[in-house]
Each structure stands twice: as C-alpha cells, then as structure tokens.
Design a protein around this ligand. Structure first.
Ligand code: NAD
Ligand code: MG
Length: 299
C-alpha cells in the first residue's frame, strides 16, 4: 500500500494578506521591519534542495523585499551571498545575514550608495574578495517615487531614479564582467512598469523598460561567452519601496487590489524565479523576462 500523500494545495487567493492596508509612510529607503503587515521573504517557508551548491552571489538591495527573498533562497540552495544596501538599512541587512549564516553559508553585507560609480567598482571587488569569486549577479536595487505631474518631477528626482536603476546596473555589471566565468548568470529586476507604465511613475517606468533592453542586449553580447542574462518583471509586491513613496499613501491602502488575485504579491512568491534563472538547469534561458504579477501586465 502506498502511503497517503497529504495534499499541499494552497489557494493563492487566501495565501497572503489582502487590502485594505493601513497607511504607513516611511522615509526612503524604508525598512521591512517597520511594515504592517510584515512582508514574507520566505524566512520560515523557503526550502532548498542544493540547486545552487557552491555558487557565489552578489545581490543589490538584498536587505529587504524581493532581494531579501532571493538572498534567503540562494543561501538555502547552497550559495554564499553578499548583499548590498544603503547604510540606513543595516538593521534589515543584519537579519538577512543572520538567516544566511543559519544555513551554514557565508553571508556578507557591504553597505554603500550605488548611485556613485566609484562605490560600484569597490562593491564588486570586495564581493569577489569575500566570496572568492562571483558567478551570480542580481541587479535588484531600485528607486521609485510616485509623482503625479511631470511639472512636479525635479531634475534631481529624475536623476536619482536613472542613476539607481540604469547607471548602477551598468557600473556594477561592467566591474563584475572580468570575474564572470562561463556558466555565470546576470539577473535584472525589471517591472510590469516596463510594459504597462502608470501615469505617476513616468521616470521609474522608463528605467524598468531600460532594464528589459539591458537584458535583451547583454544576453546577445554575452551568449557566446556562456554567460546568461535574464530579468524578472514583478507586479505589485509588498515591500518598503512601495510604502516609502513608491505609491501615494492612498494607493497603499488598496495596494494589489486591481490584480486578478486581489492582493499584492509577497517577496517570497518570487524567490523561486531568481533561483531558477541562476540554476544551471535553466541553461537555455537567456535574454528572457519572467513575469510574476498576479495576473495583470506583461510579459
Ligand atoms: P525594497 O525597498 O525592499 O528594495 C529596494 C532596495 O534598493 C532597497 O532595499 C535598497 O537597499 C536598494 N537601494 C535603493 N537605492 C539605493 C542606492 N542608492 N544604493 C544602494 N542601494 C539602494 O523594494 P523591492 O520592491 O523589493 O525592490 C526591488 C526591485 O524590485 C527594484 O528594482 C524595484 O524596482 C523592483 N520592483 C518592485 C516592485 C514592487 O511592487 N515592490 C514591482 C516591480 C519591480
Ligand atoms: Mg531595503
């Protein structure tokens, strides 16, 4: 007699909190620890199976949100992980490093501002030194501030969005490239905003479209070197980026409601995509964008 296998079917509609949410303004960059409800980054749920054993990953924005979920999953799959974040996010970062180390993996935090070209170079060199190499680069950090009118969008605001979301991945990837051997991967976090831009995310949406072009172009350039380049295009996900000005507070209360699943995604729900794209088993996937948007948007 075969043992009865307990069904683990779970309805995605009831799996996580739904709107309405409380207004909860935070200063940029925001802390996951101050969010209500607390986001799920897979702290208690992600189970690894050795898919990334011995791999060496650098994840920008790895302290919170989608980057934290990727960091936890990578460590549980057997990778050593460096995370980058802003100095104000040290408390979030400390939690992630503790979770990585709890898996018996090496976890390092390298705080610093990636809108500075010199720091981007130092970040990569330090990461390579700490990890003894690098074969997974996740350009995930991002800056998003909703502005209703083009007339209110300042050059400084525009510049910070472009520097964080376009220049930093360029600088970091350029610094990393000499270290990436065949079999390495680069992963970008784009957005549904690349394909279906909101009226109040004029600058941000353009950068996320640029991230798609980054992936498509670089995949062609690096394919012959055996380096794969892919991207992830999330829909609304419950992270500090959104509550710290990524959305106006009156949109936070209904955040995610417009998706067919009727709720925002949680970072944990995207982690397996970052694992899949890094895993050698996905060796024919390059130049692709993987969506996770709860039913709306593209791709
Ligand atoms: P998040 O706030 O948890 O992560 C963003 C991270 O970017 C921060 O933790 C911070 O460490 C980092 N960052 C920002 N400016 C920086 C700078 N100057 N120097 C160094 N680090 C800096 O939010 P998230 O939503 O997980 O964001 C991760 C990525 O996901 C971003 O690229 C964002 O555009 C993208 N994204 C988010 C959503 C969403 O709904 N949350 C949807 C689509 C795409
Ligand atoms: Mg953060």
């Amino acid at each position: 007699m075969s043992e009865t296998i307990k069904s683990t079917l779970q309805n995605p509609l009831d799996k996580y909190p739904k709107p309405p949410f409380n207004k909860q303004p935070q200063q940029v960059p925001g802390l996951a620890s101050k969010m209500d409800p607390q986001p799920d980054h897979g702290e208690t749920s992600y189970k690894g199976s050795g898919r990334l054993a011995g791999r060496k990953a650098l994840i920008t924005g790895g302290d919170s949100g989608i980057g934290r979920a990727a960091a936890i999953a990578y460590a549980r799959e057997g990778a050593d992980v460096v995370i980058n974040y802003l100095p104000d996010e040290q408390s979030d970062a400390d939690e992630v490093i503790a979770l990585i180390e709890a898996e018996g993996r090496k976890g390092f935090g390298i705080p610093g501002d990636i809108t500075q070209e010199a720091f981007c170079g130092e970040l990569v060199e330090q990461a390579v030194q700490k990890l003894g190499g690098l074969d997974i680069l996740v350009n995930n950090a991002g800056h998003q501030q909703a502005v209703d009118s083009l007339l209110e969008l300042t050059s400084q605001g525009f510049d910070t969005t472009i520097k964080t979301n376009i220049y930093a991945p360029f600088w970091i990837t350029k610094a990393a490239l000499p270290h990436l051997l065949a079999g390495s991967v680069i992963i970008a976090t784009s957005s549904v905003q690349a394909y279906d831009p909101s009226e109040n995310l004029f600058d941000y949406a353009q950068t996320k479209a640029a991230n798609v072009a980054f992936v498509k172009s670089l995949a062609k350039q690096l394919g012959p070197k055996g380096i794969r380049v892919n991207g992830v295009a999330p829909g609304p996900v419950w992270t500090p980026l959104q509550v710290s000005g990524g959305q106006p507070q009156d949109k936070i209360t209904e955040f995610g409601e417009a998706t067919p699943l009727g709720r925002p995604g949680q970072p944990a729900e995207l982690a397996s995509i970052y694992v899949q794209l890094a895993d050698d088993s996905a060796s024919f996937a390059t130049g692709q964008i993987y969506g996770a948007a709860g039913g709306n948007g593209h791709p």
